[in-house]
Design a protein. Structure first.
Length: 307
């Protein structure tokens, strides 16, 4: 399973556009939460022109007063070079201050820095420790990342069972990346009994939320007739060979596979184009036309009418 950076931004504080003037007054009066909220309005571009430099200015004021969420967001800005010169060392300093106060997203992003060796010496054990702190607070991205650490045996003893436990917890929160990971665990029978129908259910959930990865995964399941109705047995055992001939596919499955691959491709999913080309060479023109029409209908319905 691929390791992916999930913690690219911190959540907004929930300040509404109509609160701008009041928030500005609070910030100017030295209220730490008001300063953070004002910085977040500038960061989000809510009721004001987005301005990362102005956001950093207000995050810094709040962070210096010890507000954990501001320290975490400021660390994120340094890490990404948003409104300030990129500095991994400054990012670590502010994220650690935030993490030490128990701010879950600060803990998770600090864990990621230990995982990748940005601003600190790479240390998978320390990464897993911070991921766990955030995961125990219910942060879904951290739960997924901790699951990946268990899956790969990084900083913890390798355990696919423990990995699946954390994927499941994150997936239950509706976190699409975790649902995709859990789906593949069911396909491969890793940490859970093999269950293609459960995998299809998970992939369909993410696909219908517009997730390109889930759309590709669902297309793959249809192409290989795993967890979906099929007429022949020869396509169900192609995980390693990757070959499933159209003569062995129900036409409905070929059409649905092509449609979901197309939707993933439209979002830039790298492998989708190759999969479409391979599938297209084994489909009739009529099947291709039906698949394209299905993809268009599915997209236009915001993924609510994809059958």
């Amino acid at each position: 399973m691929r390791y992916i950076l999930l913690l690219t931004a911190l959540l907004s504080s929930g300040v509404f556009a109509s609160d701008f003037d009041e928030t500005m007054k609070l910030a100017q009066d030295g209220d730490a939460k008001g300063q953070y909220d004002l910085g977040n309005l500038y960061y989000q571009g809510t009721d004001v022109t987005a301005d990362n430099k102005e956001a950093v200015k207000w995050f810094l004021k709040a962070a210096k007063q010890g507000l954990a969420i501001a320290q975490g967001h400021l660390g994120h800005m340094y890490l990404r070079g948003l409104g300030v010169r990129k500095s991994n060392s400054a990012a670590v300093r502010w994220l650690r201050k935030s993490a030490d106060q128990g701010y879950a997203r600060g803990q998770a992003e600090l864990g990621h820095m230990y995982r990748t060796g940005e601003g600190v010496r790479e240390n998978p054990t320390e990464a897993a420790r911070w991921y766990r702190k955030a995961a125990d607070q219910g942060l879904a991205p951290a739960q997924l990342l901790l699951g990946q650490m268990y899956h790969n045996g990084l900083g913890v003893q390798k355990s696919v069972t423990e990995a699946v436990k954390w994927y499941r917890v994150a997936a239950a929160q509706g976190f699409v990346e975790a649902q995709n990971h859990l789906g593949w665990a069911y396909v491969l029978g890793e940490g859970v009994p093999e269950n293609d129908m459960e995998a299809v259910s998970l992939f369909r959930s993410t696909a219908e939320q517009g997730d390109a990865n889930g759309q590709y995964n669902l297309g793959w399941m249809y192409e290989h007739e795993k967890g979906v109705p099929r007429e022949h047995n020869s396509c169900g055992n192609t995980l390693t060979s990757g070959v499933c001939y159209i003569s062995d596919l129900k036409s409905e499955n070929a059409i649905r596979s092509y449609a979901w691959y197309s939707l993933a491709k439209s979002q830039g999913y790298a492998d989708a184009a190759t999969s479409i080309d391979l599938l297209k060479s084994r489909m009739t023109r009529q099947q291709i036309a039906e698949a394209q029409a299905l993809a268009a209908k599915c997209y236009e319905s915001n993924y609510s009418d994809c059958d």
